[in-house]
Design a protein around this ligand. Structure first.
Ligand SMILES: Nc1ncnc2c1ncn2[C@@H]1O[C@H](COP(=O)(O)OP(=O)(O)O)[C@@H](O)[C@H]1O
Ligand SMILES: [Mg+2]
Length: 248
């Protein structure tokens, strides 16, 4: 079983759009996939029409994987299950700060899913925190969407530095350009520059597209309502690149 975290310190960069579409393509390719929505705002749960339970169960999340089992919901798609976010997940950071061996908690809990799933995708909230550290340790790939602007490069550099400092042994940072507007010269120049400076970028870029915004209206991955559109083809290509990485 592999674990992919869609992560960025920044909000609004496409983590949720990516989690939803990648989870969809992974499941479609035959991998038993579990999407865990760690962002208390619950956007990826919403896109898959899955409602959280009414119980405030966040406190039990890091105890044992059995606590999570009850909250697994089937999606409308074969091979794809979801653990929806709950508002109580907003307390994860203070919850973790009170736990022993907090950094490895999430990793230990996810191990429980090894038998039943090939792939776990974590849709992460934006921040750098105890929760993010436990996410980094639990993941094989930290997948970072980057909007190609000057400020994004600074944030990206900070993340790489953080990883260097902490030496996470098995985790790889992999990134891709998100919300790309190729008519903008700043986007073009940043993509060229960053692709040369960092060897962490996938080839596929995700265009800025109204079809991705429409996921909220349709409450579905892009393939369901915009099959032949560039945004959908881009996510399908992005998945193919990621699939190669997790096989190797
Ligand atoms: N490639 C894209 N093109 C246009 N809009 C996008 C794209 N990706 C995401 N969005 C929109 O931008 C907003 C933030 O995206 P989201 O995936 O929720 O980001 P995050 O999870 O990083 O906060 C949402 O309204 C979403 O519909
Ligand atoms: Mg999100």
């Amino acid at each position: 079983m592999k674990v992919i975290a869609c992560y960025s310190m920044k909000g609004g960069v496409g983590k949720t759009a990516t989690s939803v579409n990648i989870a969809y393509w992974a499941a479609k390719s035959g991998l038993k996939t579990l999407l865990i929505d760690l962002d208390p705002q619950g956007a990826s749960s919403f896109y898959f029409r899955v409602k959280p339970s009414k119980k405030q169960w966040g406190e039990r999340f890091f105890q044992a994987y059995e606590a999570l089992l009850k909250h697994i919901k089937a999606s409308d798609f074969e091979n794809l299950d979801i653990i929806p976010a709950h508002l109580s997940f907003r307390n994860f950071d203070s919850l973790l700060s009170g736990l022993k061996k907090r950094e490895s908690r999430l990793k230990r809990i996810l191990k429980g899913f090894n038998k039943d799933y090939d792939l776990v995708i974590l849709d992460c909230p934006p921040s750098i925190s105890h929760l993010s550290e436990s996410i980094f340790i639990a993941s094989d790939i930290v997948l970072v969407p980057v909007i190609p602007t000057t400020l994004s490069e600074r944030t990206y550099e900070q993340l790489l530095d953080f990883f260097k400092e902490h030496k996470y042994p098995k985790t790889h940072i992999t990134s891709f350009f998100s919300m790309v507007q190729s008519q903008k010269s700043l986007h073009k120049a940043t993509i060229e520059g960053m692709s040369q400076r960092y060897k962490t970028f996938l080839k596929t870029t995700i265009p800025y597209s109204a079809d991705i915004e429409k996921m909220g209206e349709h409450k579905a991955p892009v393939d369901v309502f915009a099959k032949s559109k560039p945004a959908n083809l881009a996510y399908s290509e992005l998945w193919k690149e990621i699939a190669k990485l997790i096989k190797s």
